[in-house]
Design a binder for this molecule. Structure first.
Ligand code: ADP
Ligand code: MG
Length: 302
């Protein structure tokens, strides 16, 4: 899989997971913040080599769900299992030690540092014995270059500050980094939300690449088109509960879009707007068009 000679979490790759069993599983899981029940009765499975998409409107509970899996929050109801064993993480570090890595929208990078330094941020390689130990710059550059190429990411110059990369490229570096450091489960919180059409396509491509390397990917998005390009399973949250959980074979893009868009709510809005002068409701879509159609729609789903 990856070159684990240098990977601190590489040990987990051997894994004791039963073959074909889910890496991560939620059974009737929920979370309350004080009186606020943000999540309730959620079943979810993350399997190796598959992309599980979590969709839902703002406030639906997507972030709460992945914060439980990545160790930021603890569930307050139901079960949470990793490799079939119940777990309750105190910190993200504990999740990481089991190979669960999250990439958040506000990426934890240092914009002015070179790409290769950011790749190894917090896990720098060193050479030589104490007290003359120093950074092994050559090996870090070489490893970062190789790992990025493995994922199909070719950057002209790893010396350039990561802040000069596009948002899509930075997401890709973060994905390659997680793969290198031994992630088995990769959680991406709305990685395409702030991106344009072309850059979204690039990120979708690397989601597919991570899946093809055998990772279980959790892809959070509110764009059903993006989800459908790479997804194997779709879980739609509404007001903290699972509204839909379907495999790709069970649902088409149109139906998924309808679930996401709240078709009935839109019809009501259309009716109201029909009373307003100057609004041509005939021009309104039947369903809310959430698409940012990606240029090469075949790209992500190779
Ligand atoms: N730390 C928190 N304290 C209290 N309520 C929260 C907290 N985080 C989220 N919530 C509430 O939980 C619900 C789900 O939020 P969230 O998981 O962020 O949804 P999403 O990511 O789908 O937009 C919302 O009603 C939100 O206000
Ligand atoms: Mg969120």
């Amino acid at each position: 899989m990856t070159d684990n000679g240098t990977a601190p979490h590489g040990a987990v790759l051997g894994g004791t997971a039963p073959p074909d069993g889910p890496l991560v599983e939620l059974r009737g899981a929920g979370k309350s913040y004080g009186n606020i029940r943000a999540l309730h009765g959620v079943d979810l499975q993350v399997r190796p080599g598959r992309v599980t998409c979590v969709l839902g409107d703002n406030g639906a509970g997507k972030s709460t769900l992945i914060k439980i899996i990545s160790g930021l929050h603890q569930h307050t109801e139901g079960e949470f299992l990793v490799d079939g064993r119940p777990v309750r993480f105190g910190t993200p570090r504990e999740a990481l030690d089991l190979g669960i890595a999250a990439v958040y929208q506000d990426l934890a990078t240092v914009p002015l540092m070179p790409v290769w330094r950011n790749f190894f941020l917090g896990s720098e390689l060193t050479v030589g014995p104490w007290p003359i130990r120093r950074l092994d710059i050559a090996r870090m550059k070489e490893t970062a270059d190789r790992e990025l190429r493995h994922m199909g990411i070719v950057l002209d110059d790893l010396e350039q500050p990561i802040g000069t990369l596009s948002g899509g490229q930075r997401q890709c570096v973060a994905i390659a980094r997680a793969v290198h450091f031994g992630a088995r489960v990769l959680i991406l919180d709305e990685p395409t939300a702030a991106l344009g059409v072309k850059q979204s396509g690039v990120v979708l491509k690397y989601i597919a690449a991570a899946r093809d390397r055998g990772l279980g990917v959790v892809f959070i998005t509110h764009n059903p088109h993006h989800a459908y390009m790479v997804g194997d399973h779709f879980s739609v949250l509404r007001l903290g509960t699972l509204e839909l959980s379907a495999d790709r074979s069970e649902i088409g893009l149109e139906e998924l879009t309808h679930h996401m868009a709240g078709g009935t709510e839109l019809a009501a809005l259309k009716h109201e707007l029909a009373q307003v002068r100057g609004v041509d409701v005939e021009e309104m879509p039947e369903k809310e068009d959430l698409s940012a159609p990606v240029a090469n729609s075949s790209e992500g789903n190779s």
